[in-house]
Design a protein around this ligand. Structure first.
Ligand code: MN
Length: 496
C-alpha cells in the first residue's frame, strides 16, 4: 500500500555564471554524481533525482516552482558546490512550498594536500557557498533541515533518509481524507480539536459519515467474501473451536469478518487513508470493529478510537514514515501502571484496537464482552508486543497551535501471561524515568491516545514537525522537569 521509491526528492545544485563554461561543466558532472550516488544508496528510501544546475534568479525560480507542482516531488535537496550569491534565491525560496533539506557537503572528501591549487579552490567552495545560502534561508525564516558531512558518509545518507521519510509522511497528508464515523466520544477533550485549522495547517481533511452509511455497505457484503475471510482468519490466528464454523460462538467472528469487509470497501471506495469510530455511535452495527480495525491498521490505514481523528492521521503519517522498516506503527493508549519502584512501567493497550502489525508471534483471535457500549461481544486479536526502543507521539490542539509531543520509551517483554486480559498489550518504561516521563507528558498536555512507533526515531518526528511548521516537544533521556516546564512556558510566549 505504501511505496516510497516512487516518490522523488529533487537534487538542486546552486552556482553562478561567473565561473565560466569549463568550471560549470565540472560542477554539473559532480552534482550528477552526488545525486546518483544518493539515489543508489540503499539507506535512502525515496528516489533522488538530479536536476540541472541553477545559475541565476530565473533558473532557481523555475526549478523550485516546478518542484511545487510536480506530483511525485516530495521535497528538494540543495547544495552549493560553488558560490551561489543568495539574493538569487529569494524569489525561488519565496514560492517554495515543498520541504527543504540543505546538504552541506563537498565533492572531495579530503584536501589533496600535494596538488591543491587555486583552480581546485575555485571549484570546491561549499564551505563558504553553503554559508551564503544558509544565511538567506535563515534570513527568510524558512524551516529546513541542514545535514553536514561527505555525501558518501553512511551517517549522512541515514540523516537524509530520515528527512525523506518525514517529507513522505507530509506528502501523504496533502489532500488525504480521513473518515470519522460518528462524532467525538462524549465530553472527551483531548481527542477533539479544530478540524478547519488542521486542514489549513496539515493539508488533510476530516469529515463525518453517518454510521448508517457504513452499515449499508456492511450489509451488502456477499457470502463468498465472508467465507474466504473467515478461512484466512483460521489460517492466520490461533482460534478456539467454538469460534470456528459450526461452533457455538461462531456468529461473533462471522459478524466481525463482515464488518472488516464492509469497512475496507468503504475506505477503498472513498479513497480514505484512515478512520475513527466511537462505541457510543454504532447504530445498526452488531459489534464495535475490533479485529477489523486491527487488520486495517496493519495494512497501513490510520486509526484511532473514540472519534480521535488527530491520532488517526498521525498513525497514518507514522506508517508512511516507517514504511519498509522493521517494526510497526500503531494506535496506542496508556492504560494502566505498574508502580513498583524497582520496576515501574506502563501497560499500553486499547479496548480492542491494538494494531496487528505489532504482534510478536501468532495472535489469538478471541471474543469477549466489551464491558461498555452495550453491543454484542466483539472479536479481537490478542497478542504480546516485543521489547526494544520505541516512542509515543501525541498530536494535540493547544488552541493557538498544534503541538507534537514525543516520549522515548523502552518497551519490555511481558514476564507474565495475563490470562484474563482479553486485549493485546505492550509494556514500556518511559524515558528518562517513570516519574519524570509521566509528569512531563502531563505538564505538556499529552493525550492518553498516541501513535506508538517501533521504528521511527525522535529525528523522524522532529523533522516531520518542522516540515509541518508546528511545535515539537521531546521527552527523553535528558529531560529535567524544571527545564522542561520552562521550555513549555517559553514556547507559549513564542507562539503568542
Ligand atoms: Mn481510547
Amino acid at each position: 500500500m505504501i511505496d516510497l521509491k516512487k516518490l522523488q526528492v529533487w537534487f538542486i545544485t546552486g552556482t553562478q555564471d561567473l565561473y565560466g563554461e569549463e568550471t560549470l561543466k565540472q560542477v554539473a558532472i559532480h552534482a550528477e554524481e552526488v545525486a546518483k550516488s544518493l539515489n543508489n544508496n540503499e539507506k535512502i528510501s525515496v528516489s533522488v533525482v538530479f536536476k540541472p544546475i541553477v545559475k541565476n534568479t530565473d533558473e532557481i525560480f523555475e526549478t523550485l516552482q516546478s518542484a511545487n507542482t510536480d506530483k511525485n516531488c516530495i521535497g528538494v535537496v540543495t547544495w552549493m558546490h560553488t558560490f551561489s550569491p543568495a539574493k538569487m534565491w529569494i524569489r525561488g525560496l519565496n514560492v517554495l512550498q515543498k520541504p527543504l533539506l540543505h546538504l552541506h557537503t563537498q565533492f572531495n572528501r579530503d584536501i589533496p594536500w600535494n596538488t591543491i591549487d587555486m583552480d581546485f579552490m575555485n571549484l570546491n567552495q561549499s564551505a563558504h557557498g553553503d554559508r551564503e545560502f544558509g544565511f538567506m534561508v535563515t534570513r527568510m525564516r524558512k524551516d529546513r533541515k541542514v545535514v553536514v558531512g561527505h555525501w558518501e558518509d553512511e551517517e549522512v545518507a541515514s540523516q537524509i533518509d530520515t528527512w525523506c521519510r518525514a517529507a513522505a509522511g507530509w506528502h501523504d497528508w496533502q489532500g488525504a481524507k480521513f473518515v470519522r464515523f460518528g462524532d467525538n466520544m462524549r465530553y472527551v477533550a483531548v481527542t477533539d480539536g479544530d478540524k478547519v485549522e488542521a486542514e489549513m495547517k496539515f493539508g488533510f481533511s476530516v469529515n463525518t459519515y453517518g454510521i448508517g452509511d457504513l452499515v449499508a455497505i456492511i450489509n451488502q457484503i456477499d457470502e463468498e467474501a465472508i467465507q474466504n475471510l473467515l478461512k484466512e482468519y483460521e489460517e492466520t490466528y490461533e482460534i478456539a473451536d467454538d469460534l470456528k464454523a459450526g461452533g457455538a460462538r461462531h456468529s461473533s467472528v462471522y459478524e466481525a469478518a463482515k464488518i472488516e469487509l464492509g469497512l475496507r470497501k468503504f475506505l477503498e471506495d472513498g479513497n480514505f487513508k484512515g478512520f475513527s469510530d466511537t462505541f457510543e455511535d454504532l447504530h445498526g452495527m452488531i459489534q464495535l470493529p475490533g479485529i477489523a480495525a486491527q487488520r486495517l491498521m496493519a495494512d497501513g490505514y490510520g486509526f484511532a478510537g473514540e472519534g480521535d481523528w488527530k491520532t488517526a492521521a498521525l498513525v497514518r503519517a507514522c506508517k508512511v514514515m516507517g514504511a519498509g522498516l522493521a517494526g510497526g506503527n500503531a494506535f496506542m493508549e496508556d492504560y494502566t501502571y505498574h508502580f513498583d519502584p524497582a520496576n515501574s512501567m506502563v501497560l499500553g493497550s486499547h479496548m480492542l484496537e491494538v494494531d496487528a502489525s505489532l504482534a510478536k508471534g501468532k495472535a489469538s483471535l478471541e471474543v469477549h464482552p466489551l464491558g461498555i457500549g452495550g453491543k454484542a461481544d466483539p472479536a479481537r486479536l490478542v497478542f504480546n508486543v516485543a521489547g526494544g526502543d520505541a516512542l509515543n507521539a501525541s498530536l494535540i490542539d493547544m488552541g493557538n497551535r498544534f503541538r507534537l509531543l514525543v516520549n522515548e520509551v523502552k518497551a519490555v517483554e511481558a514476564e507474565y501471561d495475563l490470562p484474563n486480559l482479553p486485549v493485546a498489550r505492550v509494556l514500556w518504561k518511559p524515558l528518562p524515568d517513570m516519574k519524570t516521563g509521566c509528569a512531563a507528558w502531563i505538564y505538556a498536555g499529552g493525550a492518553h491516545h498516541t501513535a506508538y512507533s517501533q521504528n521511527l526515531t525522535t529525528e523522524h518526528l522532529s523533522d516531520f514537525a518542522n516540515i509541518a511548521g508546528i511545535e515539537y516537544i521531546n521527552i527523553g533521556e535528558d529531560t529535567k522537569i524544571n527545564q522542561f516546564r520552562n521550555e513549555l512556558q517559553w514556547n507559549d510566549n513564542f507562539y503568542k
